[in-house]
Each structure stands twice: as structure tokens, then as C-alpha cells.
Design a protein around this ligand. Structure first.
Ligand code: KIV
Ligand code: ZN
Length: 507
């Protein structure tokens, strides 16, 4: 069995998805989950790009154990020094430096010759090696680079000390057979290639990132760079869950293992959705809501007789457990706590009390409470009672085609009860205006508002996810309730609490 290394770049290339920026706490939370998932390398960010990226990498390097923590740097002295500073506290650390090699990039973007690009790459790998033992180099836009020149660069950077050489399909241009042939050619033509791990980094512009990565593995690649849910620059990156499950499901084609604990996939995917505010399309392979939904009568008939007729992956392999009616109005605190434990949540007493109150309230409105409902309730409870500044006490709305659309909202702000009525285009608009006016946050822009139902049925929990913008900074909030107006206000308060807590901490 070959061992394929999984290099996750959700925190770096994934964060380059439009609107997917994450704050430092969110990055640490995700890095912890990536380590639990068993990724070999976490690319935690691009240290030189911003102070907050630097701080996030540094915090991850000190707090997250298990995976190698990697920091990206252009082939420049200042970038490499900054990358090193960001990871030096990690127990396992890597500097990843890159320089373009295609004539298109060298001529039009960097205005340097091939010789100059080669020399800079070698010098910067050497410099990175003087700081860190583990150095990765990427010849950017490799798939549009002249093959002989690419071989020359790969050989030279290995000679200079790169222990991993990553072949990026930066613009998602390659086709699987062609990309496999490129990797094979490198193995044939580069004399010292056995002294490094060959990695691949595929973008999804033609929808081929996973296929290209698998083709590269068949031709000798030992590391795949990917992101959770396939998020990333433009059309995204190779999806981690798709590669991991392809390798696991088709052992006959790929006699290869990864260190991925596939049972953690769904939890990680949902965390990325929650943190980035980017929902996964329902038909997305492995983690989409329909990935295990069999609609056709013929398929259902086959499945009832024998699962293997239409099921190539067991939902439990990615951590999805059959939706079950678990708890209801008569369930007590102990049963609730036990189920939370089974679902992998470990709440403090304070968080548990708050979640249990919400659960009891939900049970008054909804007869059957499923695991998904509990997960939605708990993931919203990320703000502890002691930190909470704004709390929803009551809301009443009026709406209709011919009547006024208004909202009356009662909040507790720093322990004091405040109330306000506002008119709006609809009840959500009216309620948001009332909350904004009471909290003095009219200046925030609502960039995104998404709503979905957690389970089926008209009594289902509605989950609202919003993104607010505060002068370039984004804040996300989630809220759930069987009443979607209340869910919307909860999401708004969740975001406002995060913003206010962050502001008070900064003082
Ligand atoms: O797509 C790309 O080429 C990159 C490099 C920095 C590896 O993200
Ligand atoms: Zn990339």
C-alpha cells in the first residue's frame, strides 16, 4: 500500500473564495477539526498577506497538534522570513514557497527570464531551508510551462533542499490523461526526483480537479492538495472528501491509503459551511444533502433488498448517521446530554443549560426532534451566557398583502430590557431595522441572507445564516427556530454578539 499525503489548503486557497474570509478564532476552530480529520499538512495561511493571517497561522502553530503546520510565501526574502516567524512555534512545520514558471506568467506578469525565475526559486528554497527542515516548492502555472524547463526547475529546487515539489494546475487547464502523463514524465526525466515527494494542486475551472489529482496519483504523485467542500479561488480546488473517498472506495484501482478519518468528513464539511457561510450544493458528491438520497422507485426497491445494489459508500463511513427520531417533549436533561455526547458535542454546564432550554422550547413546537435539529441548536450556542450582550426576549410581527408589515422586538442589552417597533418591506426587514436601531448598528451592511429547513415537514426548524459587513470586515451569524422570523433575528443577534464581543476584547 502506498501512503498518499493529504495537504489541506482550506485555510489558505479555500479562504480565497469570494466572501469566504474567516477570523482568527474561526481559523483555529477549523484547524483543530482538520487535525482531528487526520490531514497530514494544514496550510494555515499566507503570512505576509495580512496581519490577521499572520496572527492566525501563529496561533494555529502554537495550539494545533498532530498535523504539519504550513505557511505560504512568495519566493521573496521578506515573505519567507514572515512565513517562518508564523510557524516557528509549531512542533511540525513547513514553509511553502512558490514562483511562476510558465512563459505566460514570466513574460506578462513578472517580466523576468526563465533563467532569473530558476535562480530566484533555487535561492529562495535555499533560504527557506536555512530556517526550516521541511520546505515545499511550487512552480506556479506548471501545467502551462514548457516541460523541459519545468524538469530543470524541479531538479534544481530538489537539489537546493525542497523535500516536496508541488505541481499546480493553477488555472484548472489540465485534462486527466494529459496531467497524468506530465507527472509520469517528471518521474522519468528528473534524475533526483526520488529525493522529494511529488505533490499536485489542481483547480476546478473545468470541473476536473479531482479527476486530475487521481490521475496524478496513478502516475506517482504522493501528496494531494485539496480543500473541504472543494472551496477555493474561482471554481475552487480539488475536494478533499471526494479524493479521500475515491481512494477508499476504489482500492482495486488505487492501492493507496490516506490518514483521513473519513467518519469526520461530514462534521468538517458542516463546520466549513458554518464558518464561511457557503452552503454546499445538494448534488455535491459525498457531502451534498442528496448524496445518499435515493429517489427512484427501482433504486429504493434494490436498496431494500440489498444495500450494495445502489450504494457504493455507507453514509456512516463519512460520519452520517441515519436520521432518527431521538427525543421529544418528555425527554429529560440526562437524555439530551447523552445524545449530545453521542453526536460528539462536549458542552460546558453553562452551554448545556442554555441548549437544553432551547431544546425544551423546540419540543413544545415540534413533535419529533431529530439529530439534525439538535446539531442546529447546539452549533448556534457558540456564545456563552456570560459573554452574551444582546438577548432576544420577545418578538411580535404583523404581515400581509394589504396590512402593515411591522415588527415589535424586545431585547435584553447588557442586562437591561429595551423594546422597539419598526415598519419594513416585510417582517424580516422590520425586525432587522428594530434590532439595528436598538443596538446602534444601522451602519452594518447585510451582505447575504440564506434560509433553509433542517428537516422536512412544515414544523421543521428553519436555519438562517447571514453575513454582515463592517467596513470591510465580515461577521457571520446563524440562528434557528421553527419560526423563521425568530430564526432570522437570532442569526442577526448571533452576529452582533460576535462583533460586540470582539470590539470589547480589543479595548
Ligand atoms: O494555484 C496555485 O498555483 C497556488 C500556488 C500558490 C500553489 O495556489
Ligand atoms: Zn491554488
Amino acid at each position: 500500500m502506498r501512503r498518499i499525503r493529504i495537504f489541506d489548503t482550506t485555510l489558505r486557497d479555500g479562504e480565497q473564495s469570494p466572501g469566504a474570509s474567516m477570523n482568527v478564532e474561526e481559523k483555529i476552530q477549523l484547524a483543530r477539526q482538520l487535525s482531528r480529520l487526520g490531514v497530514d499538512v494544514i496550510e494555515a495561511g499566507f503570512a505576509f498577506s495580512s496581519k490577521s493571517d499572520f496572527e492566525a497561522i501563529k496561533a494555529i502553530a502554537s495550539e494545533v497538534e498532530g498535523s504539519i503546520i504550513c505557511s505560504l510565501a512568495r519566493a521573496k526574502e521578506d515573505d519567507i522570513n514572515r512565513a517562518w516567524e508564523s510557524i516557528r512555534n509549531a512542533s511540525k512545520r513547513r514553509i511553502h514557497t512558490f514562483h511562476s514558471t510558465s512563459d505566460i506568467h514570466l513574460k506578462h506578469q513578472f517580466r523576468v527570464t526563465r533563467e532569473e525565475a530558476l535562480q530566484r526559486s533555487v535561492d529562495m528554497v535555499g533560504m527557506a531551508r536555512s530556517l526550516a527542515e521541511d520546505v515545499e516548492f511550487s512552480p506556479m502555472d506548471a501545467t502551462r510551462t514548457d516541460l523541459n524547463y519545468l524538469c530543470e526547475v524541479v531538479e534544481a529546487v530538489i537539489e537546493a533542499g525542497a523535500s516536496t515539489v508541488n505541481i499546480p494546475d493553477t488555472v484548472g487547464y489540465a485534462i486527466p490523461g494529459e496531467f497524468g502523463t506530465l507527472i509520469k514524465a517528471l518521474f522519468k526525466k528528473v534524475p533526483n526526483i526520488d529525493q522529494a515527494t511529488i505533490s499536485v494542486h489542481c483547480h476546478n475551472d473545468l470541473g476536473l480537479a479531482v479527476a486530475n489529482s487521481l490521475s496524478a496519483i496513478l502516475n506517482g504523485a504522493g501528496q494531494v492538495e485539496c480543500t473541504i467542500n472543494g472551496i477555493g479561488e474561482r471554481a475552487g480546488n480539488c475536494s478533499l472528501e471526494e479524493v479521500a473517498m475515491s481512494l477508499r472506495t476504489r482500492k482495486d484501482i488505487f492501492p493507496a491509503d490516506t490518514g483521513i478519518k473519513t467518519e469526520e468528513i461530514i462534521r468538517t464539511s458542516r463546520l466549513v459551511t458554518k464558518i464561511t457561510g457557503m452552503y454546499v450544493q445538494p448534488n455535491k458528491a459525498i457531502v451534498g444533502a442528496n448524496a445518499f438520497a435515493h429517489e427512484s422507485g427501482i433504486h429504493q426497491d434494490g436498496l431494500l433488498k440489498e444495500k450494495s445494489t445502489y450504494e457504493i459508500i455507507k453514509p456512516s463511513d463519512i460520519g452520517l448517521h441515519k436520521t432518527q427520531f431521538v427525543l421529544g417533549r418528555h425527554s429529560g436533561r440526562h437524555a439530551f446530554k447523552t445524545r449530545l455526547g453521542e453526536l460528539g458535542f462536549n458542552l460546558s454546564e453553562d452551554e448545556l443549560n442554555k441548549a437544553f432550554d432551547r431544546f425544551k422550547n423546540l419540543a413544545d413546537h415540534k413533535k419529533e426532534i431529530f439529530d439534525e435539529d439538535i446539531e442546529a441548536l447546539v452549533s448556534e450556542e457558540s456564545i456563552s451566557v456570560s459573554d452574551e450582550i444582546y438577548r432576544l426576549i420577545d418578538i411580535r410581527i404583523t404581515s400581509g398583502i394589504s396590512s402593515e408589515r411591522s415588527a415589535f422586538v424586545k431585547l435584553k442589552i447588557d442586562g437591561e430590557v429595551v423594546e422597539k417597533k419598526e415598519l419594513g418591506d416585510g417582517p424580516v426587514d422590520a425586525a432587522y431595522r428594530a434590532v439595528a436601531s436598538m443596538t446602534g448598528t444601522e451602519y452594518l451592511k447585510l451582505m447575504k441572507f440564506e434560509i433553509k429547513s433542517i428537516t422536512g415537514g412544515t414544523d421543521a426548524l428553519g436555519e438562517v445564516m447571514i453575513t454582515l459587513e463592517d467596513d470591510g470586515d465580515v461577521i457571520r451569524g446563524t440562528g434557528s427556530d421553527t419560526d423563521i422570523i425568530i430564526a432570522a433575528v437570532r442569526a442577526q443577534l448571533n452576529a452582533l454578539n460576535k462583533l460586540e464581543i470582539r470590539k470589547r476584547k480589543a479595548l
